[in-house]
Design a protein around this ligand. Structure first.
Ligand SMILES: [Mn+2]
Length: 420
């Protein structure tokens, strides 16, 4: 601790906490069950570091799980890690993210029932506990975390129009932390209206903003406070690669970003790196088939055998993708290879897409071009939201007719409840 350091005395107590986000337990990336194990191990390592550091509490800013209905095994993984905190009497506060939120009860409620975490946000019933208290807000209850005289306020991931209405209600009275799983405009570079939820000037006052959703570690000043995305704990897709290897004329290697969480003392974050399996993003370009194979082998020779590679190979000749995959698997734990025949299917783009599509459509295209399994689901949700459909959870559609009537009636008197 440097000179002039003044620790924040919360209840006469020097406070230190861990801030995690986007853990994605249960994510079988590339359909590989052992990848879910990697995600679990990263969380476990991070929790062990936090406990060793002597944190007073921990915050999980959403997406603890990859799915909103995690498998029993995945729930067990969460229990195993949360017990590391529980055994030391360290409370954990959490919100639901876009991946794992639910309309009614989620795995978070189960974990809360087991005494393993404290769920923040709006609910229909009052909740009081060692670390939770409730404040009545327009016919609902805002369940807040309490630690000494510090308030930990938050709510689950919301759509853009919902969060705009809720934000002013999330203001603390004394020292406070705001926990959200949303995109803040100033943190992302994309200038599309659909790509962010809120702007910094919409935020209520807080001493620390514990955010999740953006998978890269980002820190931003909000007045005297810090707004922090610790980023995901594992390499979630090839954009989060540990190295970017580009081989066109010559071999270029660009380092990717580190993965980890934040240790926060005196409301000042310190990023703590957590070891992950290497995931390499490879872009290769060649004229001849042999050239492509040689370049690919040259890259692979320098990679570690436990790594994963996602390779995009473009060539003017037809490539034997089976052979390329064999070469890759001889050198790596797993590889995803996509090959492209140059000059064939490529139609030159003369007019920019911008002239044809509006911001919403451009964002849709961007999502659908991702090779992610949930891209289509996300796109459908976006379209529904855009057209003003209410978001429905699985299993709800069968009761659609009876529910419709109730909804019709509800719409007449709009209260906070209507968007909870
Ligand atoms: Mn996430």
């Amino acid at each position: 601790m440097g000179e002039g350091y003044e620790g924040v005395q919360v209840g006469g107590y020097l406070m230190k906490f861990a801030h995690f986000a986007d853990i994605h337990l249960g994510y079988e990336q590339y359909n590989l069950p052992w990848r879910a194990e990697d995600f679990f191990q990263s969380f476990k390592r991070a929790a062990e570091i936090a406990v060793k550091e002597g944190v007073d509490f921990a915050i999980i800013s959403g997406d603890l799980f990859h799915r909103n209905v995690p498998s029993p095994r995945t729930i067990l993984e969460a229990i195993e890690v949360l017990r590391i905190f529980k055994e030391k009497g360290i409370p954990v506060f959490a919100i639901e993210g876009n991946h794992d939120k639910s309309m009614r009860e989620s795995a978070y409620h189960l974990l809360e029932n087991l005494g393993l975490l404290n769920l923040l946000g709006f609910r229909k019933e009052r909740v009081e506990g060692d670390y939770l208290t409730s404040e009545k807000v327009e016919g609902a209850y805002l369940v807040k975390g309490v630690f000494k005289d510090l308030e930990i306020i938050g709510d689950k991931h919301r759509t853009k129009w919902q969060i705009e209405k809720i934000l002013p209600l999330l203001k603390g009275e004394g020292k406070s932390i705001l926990v959200l799983h949303q995109v803040v405009k100033e943190v992302v570079d994309i200038d599309l209206e659909m790509s962010w939820d809120i702007t910094i000037d919409q935020l209520p006052e807080a001493d620390y903003y514990a955010f999740g959703h953006v998978h890269m570690h980002r820190e931003k000043r909000v007045g005297d406070s810090f707004l922090v995305y610790p980023g995901s704990l594992e390499r979630y897709d090839s954009r989060e690669a540990s190295k970017f290897i580009i081989y066109f004329d010559r071999l270029e290697i660009r380092e990717g970003e580190e993965k980890g969480f934040c240790l926060v003392e005196n409301f000042r974050p310190r990023f703590v790196r957590v070891e992950t399996r290497d995931l390499f993003s490879i872009s290769l370009d060649a004229e001849k088939k042999e050239e492509a194979e040689m370049k690919f082998l040259e890259i692979l020779r320098n990679l570690n055998k436990s790594a994963i590679a996602v390779a995009k190979i473009a060539c003017s000749e037809n490539l034997d993708s089976k052979k390329l995959l064999e070469i890759a698997l001889g050198n790596l734990k797993h590889a995803e290879i996509s090959v492209k025949r140059k000059g064939l299917e490529e139609i030159p783009v003369i007019i920019p897409e911008r002239q044809f599509f509006n911001d919403f459509e451009l964002k849709l295209l961007e999502i659908l071009r991702e090779e992610e399994e949930h891209a289509i689901k996300t796109a459908i949700e976006m379209i529904k939201e855009h057209l003003g459909f209410e978001k429905k959870e699985k299993g709800e559609s069968t009761r659609e007719e009876e529910v419709k009537e109730v909804r019709e009636e509800k719409r007449k008197r709009v209260t906070l409840f209507d968007f909870l």
